[in-house]
Design a protein around this ligand. Sequence first.
Ligand code: 5GP
Length: 290
Amino acid sequence: MGAPPLLTAEERARALEKAKISRQQRAVVKLKIKSGELSIADVINLAKSDEAVAKMRVLEMIESKSGVGKIRAKGLLEKLEISESRRVQGLGKHQLRALLKEFEGPRGVIRGTLVVLSGPGGVGKSTVAKALRGSTTFLVSISATTRSPRFNESEGVDYHFYSNSDFDQAIKNGDFLEWAEFAGNRYGTPRLPVEVALNEGHNVLLEIEIEGAKQVKAKVPEAILVFLEPPTWEELVSRLEGRGTDSPERRAARLALAQEEMAAASFFDKVLVNDRVEKVVARLIEFVTT
Ligand code: 5GP
């Protein structure tokens, strides 16, 4: 047998960086278990789509729970016949059931549906999303952006307003489900709240531009991608030109981009014409309830 292949310095550096990011992600998850923000069921569900969480030791996961600690955690693993070196991804069906029963009681949660509402800038996506805020059918995700707040926007309601360096760090930490640049600013969907809500059985609506929608489809193939179209091109132009919040240069750039964006409809699962907001809202609700 020949010697195992050696990694180049660059490959080794990349592997080390990846391992470091995974450790950071696990540390965040452990803190969230401790604070009660994440339940054991949430973490197990998260592990299905997140490699870093999948590789977390079961022992680490349960000893992070407030009031458990190292000794009780070891005792629990012994009782449930789970080895101390077992990772979340390696848990068998019976072990998973036993673990969930121990921590959550015998409840089963059906995962919610992820709906992505996209379409050209100015088509009225945010009006539809706003109409759905506070609805019992959807949780509307709040994006992060590097754009400055408009006069009528507030932090944590319309967006989480990030500095460029915070946004860089969030990308590095793998905090976004997707992110994209649009008209000179960056926008991203915080991943964890979306995953947790879906795992708790809530439907989640993302209102995002087209490149981001494509990324979501690649990562969450079961997501429903909805393209919102204006009734006519002229209508879209008049909406973009009538925006009081944008400068003339920004409006022109948005118009040029909208022309390209209109061509992306064929990529989407559903196309809805935005002739009446209430009609679009009703159709979106229909997609997840029937
Ligand atoms: P605005 O600056 O007008 O609020 O948003 C500009 C564009 O960014 C809109 O098309 C909006 O749908 C999109 N957008 C908002 N949040 C996100 C996000 O989290 N990810 C992506 N990819 N686009 C977003």
